[in-house]
Design a protein around this ligand. Structure first.
Ligand SMILES: *[C@@H]1O[C@H](CO)[C@@H](O)[C@H](O)[C@H]1NC(C)=O
Ligand SMILES: *[C@@H]1O[C@H](CO)[C@@H](O)[C@H](O)[C@H]1NC(C)=O
Ligand SMILES: *[C@@H]1O[C@H](CO)[C@@H](O)[C@H](O)[C@H]1NC(C)=O
Ligand SMILES: *[C@@H]1O[C@H](CO)[C@@H](O)[C@H](O)[C@H]1NC(C)=O
Ligand SMILES: *[C@@H]1O[C@H](CO)[C@@H](O)[C@H](O)[C@H]1NC(C)=O
Ligand SMILES: *[C@@H]1O[C@H](CO)[C@@H](O)[C@H](O)[C@H]1NC(C)=O
Ligand SMILES: *[C@@H]1O[C@H](CO)[C@@H](O)[C@H](O)[C@H]1NC(C)=O
Ligand SMILES: *[C@@H]1O[C@H](CO)[C@@H](O)[C@H](O)[C@H]1NC(C)=O
Ligand SMILES: *[C@@H]1O[C@H](CO)[C@@H](O)[C@H](O)[C@H]1NC(C)=O
Ligand SMILES: *[C@@H]1O[C@H](CO)[C@@H](O)[C@H](O)[C@H]1NC(C)=O
Ligand SMILES: *[C@@H]1O[C@H](CO)[C@@H](O)[C@H](O)[C@H]1NC(C)=O
Length: 431
């Protein structure tokens, strides 16, 4: 009778305990999974192909039939030989993944030296795996160690001096979570840009942030709104996105082909719809149109053009464009306003300047070819809200947007070229 009571009590305890968490007493073994309390995300062991080549600890959508991983712990150290692995949260507040021989394949290394009872690892409704100390403090979270995916509410630090600075790193192939040569993150030159690299070479670049709060997207068929934004918190920049309540599952990824994609789950077609993809086909790849060339997306089919005052240097744009006349670098040079532009790479970011001071900085420096100015007051919490960019020498990876986004680029013109007839935007309408 007493024994029966114990059994009943134990099973009650098991039913009562939510299975969204691990405790030191309850490790995760092959076949087990955690499910977030809203049922949206699962964490467990998986093998990407049905081979037994290797298995991983990952987080995926629990309720989406097409298995989709948003995070992988041991991407470069799979559990091999079909060995059953074990994921444990230790009394020292670490997660440790080990194989059947007891070898550690992955661990969080929080380096707490004094153990405490009551540590847990919880899979939250957002898809974030969090280690909590007994007093509830969050010690570690998977959102700080992304794989190739940003989920709504997650913040990717773009400032390279941020302790948590990291990059998304794409999978090596559709069934291979190992780190590939494609990565995406903040650019150390200024913290204002997001870059995709292929190894060490830039493959795509998002224009320097101009303080615009959001890039919003609205899908009328589902009534779903997505806003992608860079936020400035105390002078540090983060890339993040949010979706409206009731939206389908959405994610931002660096695809194994090197493409940056926004996807939303379409339950009708039971597939992921890609609704933003970069680089755009044709001329959006980094520096595709060469120095002083730009990718003109206002054309029916985007194509390379030369900035005003420049002409193609050769038969195609592999060498970009060359200046038609020399700059005199005296009082004679003027500036042409190009609107709706993706500003070029390789700028000098000068802080604490007014618009007029920014122009003077460019005008007074003979090697300055262009400048751009933005007042970031809407998106910035730091005291200096000006953003003066000047370019010395070549202008690379410039573009003109189709949709009216982008900003003014003030391009230095030699007074002798005499081509400054219409403001650029007007020229577009006439041609
Ligand atoms: C893997 O699974 C897919 C379907 O899930 C099946 O079509 C394929 O034949 C399997 N491959 C192997 C090697 O078992
Ligand atoms: C954690 O601490 C508790 C209580 O001190 C102990 O019973 C348990 O064995 C420890 N667990 C591990 C995995 O060390
Ligand atoms: C813990 O120690 C290891 C090895 O010294 C180090 O690489 C790691 O960054 C440390 N972790 C933290 C959170 O400081
Ligand atoms: C909570 O516990 C952690 C370590 O487990 C400790 O660093 C922190 O100071 C504690 N916080 C409070 C409010 O007690
Ligand atoms: C990734 O980069 C390494 C080192 O630069 C290179 O050896 C390798 O071929 C690259 N892999 C691919 C798939 O391009
Ligand atoms: C990335 O670089 C490799 C060489 O390292 C090249 O073979 C591959 O085509 C590049 N990828 C893209 C998308 O340009
Ligand atoms: C800043 O906010 C004002 C009013 O709220 C708006 O008119 C303006 O377009 C915003 N500027 C930017 C750069 O977002
Ligand atoms: C979802 O898929 C269906 C069927 O393919 C399609 O008709 C519908 O337009 C898609 N919805 C969205 C929002 O793309
Ligand atoms: C551009 O022209 C150069 C030399 O004239 C040639 O080597 C190169 O292949 C051309 N590139 C393209 C994309 O046509
Ligand atoms: C910004 O410039 C103004 C004058 O132009 C100066 O008074 C102020 O101290 C500067 N602020 C910083 C943070 O450099
Ligand atoms: C132009 O500006 C750059 C950056 O501020 C500076 O390094 C360079 O010395 C300046 N050149 C001249 C001629 O003033």
């Amino acid at each position: 009778m007493a024994a029966l009571h114990v059994v009943v009590l134990l099973s009650l305890i098991c039913i009562c305990r939510s299975d969204d968490r691990l405790t030191p007493a309850k490790p995760l073994s092959a076949g087990d999974k955690l499910v977030s309390s809203n049922g949206v995300f699962s964490l467990g062991f998986f093998s990407p192909t049905n081979s037994t080549a290797g298995s991983y600890i990952g987080i995926w959508y629990n309720n989406i039939p097409k298995r989709t991983y948003v995070w992988v712990a041991n991407r470069d150290k799979p559990i091999t030989n079909g060995s059953p692995g074990k994921l444990v949260v230790t009394n020292n507040s670490d997660l440790v993944l080990s194989d059947s021989q007891g070898r550690t394949l992955w661990t969080t290394m929080n380096n707490f030296t004094t153990g405490a009872t009551g540590t847990s690892a919880v899979l939250l409704d957002s898809g974030n795996l969090v280690i909590r100390s007994p007093n509830g403090t969050e010690i570690w979270q998977s959102f700080h160690y992304p794989t190739d995916t940003i989920l709504p509410g997650m913040q990717l630090p773009l400032s390279t001096d941020d302790d948590l600075y990291t990059r998304l790193v794409a999978w090596r192939g559709p069934d291979d979570p190992a780190t590939s040569n494609y990565s995406m993150g903040g650019d150390s030159s200024s913290d204002l840009q997001v870059v995709i690299w292929n190894g060490t070479r830039p493959y795509w670049r998002r224009a320097a942030w101009d303080g615009a709060l959001v890039t919003a997207l609205y899908q009328s068929s589902t009534g779903f709104i997505m806003t992608q934004t860079t936020v400035d918190i105390g002078g540090k920049f983060y890339l993040t996105f949010t979706v409206s309540a009731g939206s389908p599952s959405t994610r931002l990824i660096l695809h194994y082909t090197g493409m940056f994609q926004f996807l939303a789950w379409n339950s009708t077609s039971s597939s992921w719809n890609v609704f933003i993809e970069r680089p755009n086909p044709i001329c959006d790849r980094y520096a595709y149109c060469g120095p002083f060339g730009y990718c003109d997306a206002t054309e029916t089919v985007p194509k390379c053009n030369c900035l005003s005052g420049y002409e193609p240097d050769g038969v195609n744009f592999s060498r970009g464009c060359r200046r038609k006349g020399e700059l005199t670098c005296g009082g004679g040079d003027s500036f042409s306003t190009l609107s709706g532009m993706k500003t070029p790479d390789k700028f000098v970011y000068i802080r604490n300047r007014s618009f007029d001071q920014c122009e003077a900085d460019c005008r007074n420096n003979c090697s300055c070819t262009a400048y751009a100015f933005s007042n970031m007051k809407n998106g910035s919490t730091s005291s200096d809200q000006s953003r003066c960019l000047i370019w010395l020498g070549k202008l690379v990876d410039t573009g003109k947007f189709r949709d009216g986004s982008g900003e003014n680029l003030y391009l230095r013109l030699a007074s002798s070229t005499g081509i400054y007839i219409f403001p650029y935007a007007l020229m577009d309408c006439i041609v």
